[in-house]
Design a protein around this ligand. Structure first.
Ligand SMILES: O=C(O)CCC(=O)C(=O)O
Length: 288
């Protein structure tokens, strides 16, 4: 199947210089690729999702997907696979233009969904930090053969440093291994920074200041995280994690001998007993 973009969409693609920038720095900030209507629709969908409404859209092997629920209160909300259970987010995530941009940046002819992650960062409270700790996505994706996965992070409004926007460590995708000692769930950004394996490179922080509809893309080895939301509104966004063409399941054992597991290992169909990361139901092609 060959997918095509309209002339209007083609004008929103990264230039060759943008691709060069992504490969050198490990991130890229797009033009306005989501319309205001698309963002409004995602917000409506997310509101319904948080109220507990569910649409039965994707029939996966295992229906139980853990994530934030109201009993956890006003903390950082993270809900993986929200688009499996919400029509508006389903349409928002399965966006061929996002896939086409990911394909051009990563140099992959095909892009498949890995999974989505709906996020809500509450207004900062000194007693309850809601930072996203420095981490690499690859640190959570040990069962992948590829080190060329890519993420699109889409805020549902203008988003800047005051709101605790996503922040990249410039060029860190080229540093020595940073997949072990970092932690999405730690609010201690300063403490985690001490664990960076810089290989002698300077630590340069690049906050993604984005207008509504613009998207931040990052490489799966790029260290990223985000600080406190000092605005008067929650910071709302969704991450669209994507696989390049080559990615397949890898049986990976940690230092202690335990088998690494990703939720996709439960959701995807099995071939010869191994999770199939090309399962079109769970990991549909976004761009080809
Ligand atoms: O929401 C954030 O600040 C970070 C999100 C993230 O880790 C990601 O998109 O991979």
């Amino acid at each position: 199947m060959t997918m095509r973009l309209t002339d209007e969409q083609l004008a929103l693609m990264p230039s060759d210089d943008d691709v060069k920038f992504y490969r050198e720095h490990g991130y890229y900030l797009s033009k306005k690729i989501y319309s205001d209507e698309q963002i409004e629709s995602a917000l409506r969908g997310a509101d319904r999702f948080y109220k507990g409404e569910r649409d039965d859209l994707v029939k996966a092997q295992d229906k139980f997907i853990p994530g934030w629920n109201a009993s956890q209160g006003d903390v950082l909300r993270k809900n993986d696979y929200s688009s499996f259970q919400n029509r508006e987010l389903f349409n928002f995530v399965r966006n061929p233009l996002v896939g086409a941009i990911a394909a051009k940046l990563s140099g992959s002819p095909t892009i498949r969904l890995w999974h989505d992650q709906l996020l809500w960062k509450p207004i900062d409270r000194p007693d309850k930090k809601a930072n996203v700790g420095w981490h690499t996505d690859r640190g959570y994706w040990k069962t992948c053969t590829s080190t060329n996965l890519i993420t699109a992070w889409v805020p549902f409004h203008d988003c800047d440093e005051a709101m605790g926007t996503i922040t990249m460590i410039d060029g860190s995708h080229k540093w020595p291994d940073n997949t072990e000692k970092l932690d999405f769930f730690s609010s201690d950004l300063e403490g985690l920074e001490k664990n960076f394996n810089t290989g002698g490179n300077p630590i340069i922080k690049a906050p993604a200041n984005l207008k509504k509809g613009c998207v931040s893309f990052h490489h799966c080895l790029t260290i990223h995280g985000s600080g406190p939301n000092r605005s008067d509104k929650p910071r709302r966004s969704i991450a669209i994690h994507m696989q390049d063409e080559t990615n397949r399941y890898l049986e990976y054992r940690r230092g202690d001998g335990s088998l690494a597991m990703h939720w996709n290992d439960r959701l995807c169909r099995k071939i010869d007993g191994r999770p199939d990361y090309t399962d079109p139901n769970v990991c549909p092609v976004l761009w080809e």
